[in-house]
Design a protein around this ligand. Structure first.
Ligand code: CUA
Length: 687
């Protein structure tokens, strides 16, 4: 192995030397590299090892060259999604999802403002999210590059992002859940987007005091299966359903595939039903929830559940959601348990769908269940007993394929295309590589530090590509220049293509807490270059009925005290560039970028009214303001679009109501200067 690395290194050196020689030979002046630097002198000056240079050669992406993969990352508390190129680890985009994103105008136009408002529970205005698990849409168990879904753990929401334009198109939520963690995950053909709850609550949303009996009898969790309508690219809440679950704290989920297609596997902890110190003398939640050696892996037959959800009399409606009760789930044989050690976190189905890997946070093993044995037990009704709610419990020892000791604090497992699995070890700050075939440890690599999730290219599909692994480290400690007590977190890129894992790159993420990522080959994503035809509204995914699609079409129309401004943008002017309204008017702007040139984006920024709109080529956006304060309000293009970008500006004039009342309405709109002069005179007289 070392020999090969040395060879690669020498090859790299040779290439660099050849490039330098060519430059020196033809240019006369030795401009690049400067001052006669050589790879060897640079290595010496910067204290770089051979491994460093090999890592650099594997990740360096010259200007103009594209990355081979996209990493789709949770943006943590920002409520955004971060798109990163691999292997360069260059940030390509932040996508506004659960929170406003000013540059994209997300949350500033009428459609996305409504999208965000509707995504808040009644009477609230949520301005953050705890984004956790991005899930790329799948066809036949492989990423298809069409959509990505992501959950907000804090408020139990699921968002849909289109990968045509990397923009959020929908957010759904149900009052059945106040928190989620087992989401977003998709079934192999994205029939459903899975959202498993985390902290049990009374499902009707009422107040029920916290004591052991109430908790056991009246608190519940649910798992929601959001139906995804592929044709519309939207979740259909009316075709979605939930399954009631016992008041355990459900954790991560994964969908079965191939052999185990049709099933969902959902972890749980706190099957002890500890409630912290709500009752005097009881232990803390962490200690109470860690008493049992085993918790329960929930095995849910989603295909059968989808049938039951459609049957008359088998469901009820809670908060407008179709709910299969726990009793019905048991009667219809939709839900089974198998014990899993101990306070587990990750559940990950192997690429062939035959194995289910469980990482027990407080266990040193990864446990691999054999799906065929689980299915056999379910079909033959061979159970060890039932839990307190009557859910049948399958035998642990009869259904495991085996266990592998990986180290301290195993959390999540991913797979490559060569029969190897990778498990993050939180306590040891390592990633373990092991063989799926014989459950033997192959290699470990230290990571810096406190790794949570890991992700391999295609690592949770039926055909993982392998090649790269990204370790999402919660602590960075000494990795980067200090920036105060709040440190960035660290994405570490690891090459897993060879016999030994090699650390390639540290990427600080100054926007936390990024929780999980998925990595997809770049050629699977077919993103649009412009919005077409002109007038396309990305929020509604169709041509906007209010779009002015040519400058001739640009106009202002008044109906009572409502003014519609049909405005166009093209390098380097707005039409119209003067908008006269009256105090008290409701002004509805419909702004269209007429350009179809790649990257010819304009912005529309209007001071005082908290408006910034992004106008990518062909896009139409609508926004509404109430012209309450008389005055003169400049607007301007907020994208540096051309040499005359600063000249791409105009005025909105809000005439005072008194002045408007004194004159005929038409005249006042045409001659605001007089009214303004009068007002100015009055104002200066007052001073
Ligand atoms: Cu258009 Cu700047």
């Amino acid at each position: 192995m070392l020999k090969r690395m040395k060879y690669q290194f020498l090859l790299g050196l040779g290439l660099l030397a050849a490039v330098a020689a060519a430059l020196n030979g033809c240019g006369g002046e030795s401009a690049n590299p400067p001052s006669g630097e050589t790879t060897a002198s640079l290595m010496k000056a910067r204290g770089l090892t051979e491994d460093d240079v090999i890592a650099a050669l594997k990740t360096y992406t010259p200007s103009g060259k594209h990355d081979t993969h996209y990493l789709i990352a949770s943006g943590g508390h920002s409520g955004q999604v971060i798109v990163v190129g691999v292997p360069s680890m260059r940030i390509l985009k932040y996508v506004g999802v659960f929170t406003p994103e000013p540059w994209q105008g997300y949350g500033f136009d009428d459609d996305t403002r409504k999208l965000l408002a509707d995504a808040s529970p009644k009477g609230t205005n949520l301005t953050w999210a705890d984004t956790h698990h991005p899930a790329l849409s799948e066809t036949n168990g492989e990423y298809d590059g069409e959509h990505v879904f992501i959950n907000d753990k804090a408020n139990a929401r699921i968002a849909v992002i289109s990968l045509k334009d990397f923009a959020t198109t929908q957010i759904v939520r149900s009052d059945l859940l106040r928190s989620d963690h087992g989401g977003a995950f998709v079934t192999p053909n994205t029939e459903y987007v899975i959202e498993g709850g985390q902290y049990p609550i009374p499902l009707d949303g009422s107040h029920v005091d916290l004591d052991p009996k109430n908790y056991a009898d009246l608190y519940r969790s649910v798992i929601i299966l959001w139906k995804f309508d592929r044709e519309k690219g939207r979740i259909a809440p009316e075709e979605s359903f939930a399954i009631e679950l016992p008041p355990y704290m459900q954790d991560l989920a994964d969908a079965g595939k191939l052999d185990s297609d049709g099933y969902i596997f959902l972890n749980s902890f706190n099957t002890e039903r500890a409630i912290g110190k709500a009752v005097e003398g009881s232990p803390t939640l962490e200690s109470g929830a860690s008493q049992n050696d085993m918790d329960y892996l929930h095995i849910i037959n989603w295909r059968k559940a989808a049938e039951v959800a459609k049957q008359e009399g088998k469901t009820s409606k809670i908060h407008d959601m179709t709910v299969i009760s726990l009793q019905t789930a048991i009667d219809e044989e939709l839900l089974h348990f198998v014990p899993e050690p101990k306070s587990p976190h990750g559940v990950d189905v192997t690429p062939d769908g035959k194995g289910i890997c469980i990482s027990g946070k407080l266990d040193t093993h990864v446990t691999v269940f054999d799906f065929a044995k689980l299915k056999q037990a379910i079909e033959s009704k061979t159970f060890d007993g039932k839990d307190d709610y009557g859910v049948p419990i399958i035998s642990f020892k009869d259904t495991i394929r085996g266990q592998i000791q990986v180290g301290l604090g195993p959390l999540h497992t991913q797979f490559d295309g060569q029969g190897r699995a990778y498990t993050s070890l939180f306590i040891e700050s390592k990633v373990a590589q092991w063989s799926l075939d014989d459950l033997e440890l192959i290699d470990t690599i230290p990571v810096h530090y406190n790794v949570g999730h890991i992700s391999v290219v295609g690592g949770d599909t039926v055909k993982p590509e392998g090649r790269y692994l990204v370790s999402l480290n919660k602590w960075a400690i000494d990795r980067f220049a200090p920036v105060g007590p709040l440190l960035p977190q660290n994405f570490q890129l690891i090459d897993i293509s060879g016999d030994k894992m090699q650390l390639l790159y540290d990427m600080p993420i100054g926007l936390g807490e990024p929780h999980y990522v998925q990595i997809i080959a770049a050629d699977k994503i077919k993103a649009d270059e412009v919005y077409s035809p002109v007038g396309f509204n990305p929020a509604t995914r169709q041509v906007d009925p209010h779009a002015a699609t040519s400058e001739e079409d640009a106009r202002v129309e008044r109906d009572g005290d409502t003014v519609d401004v049909y405005l166009t943008a093209v390098r380097s002017h707005f039409s119209p560039d003067t908008v006269r309204v009256k105090q008290g008017d409701t002004v509805r702007f419909h702004v269209t970028n007429l350009e179809q040139t790649h990257d010819a984006t304009h912005g529309f920024a209007l001071n005082h009214f908290n408006v910034n709109i992004s106008l990518e080529p062909g896009k139409t956006a609508n926004f509404t303001i109430k012209a309450d304060e008389p005055g003169v309000y400049p607007f301007y293009c907020s994208e540096f679009c051309s040499a005359l970008h600063l000249e791409m500006a105009g005025y909105m004039l809000v005439e005072p109501a008194e002045a408007a009342a004194e004159q005929p309405a038409e005249a006042s709109a045409e001659q605001p200067a007089e009214a303004m002069a009068e007002q100015l005179a009055e104002a200066s007289a007052e001073k």
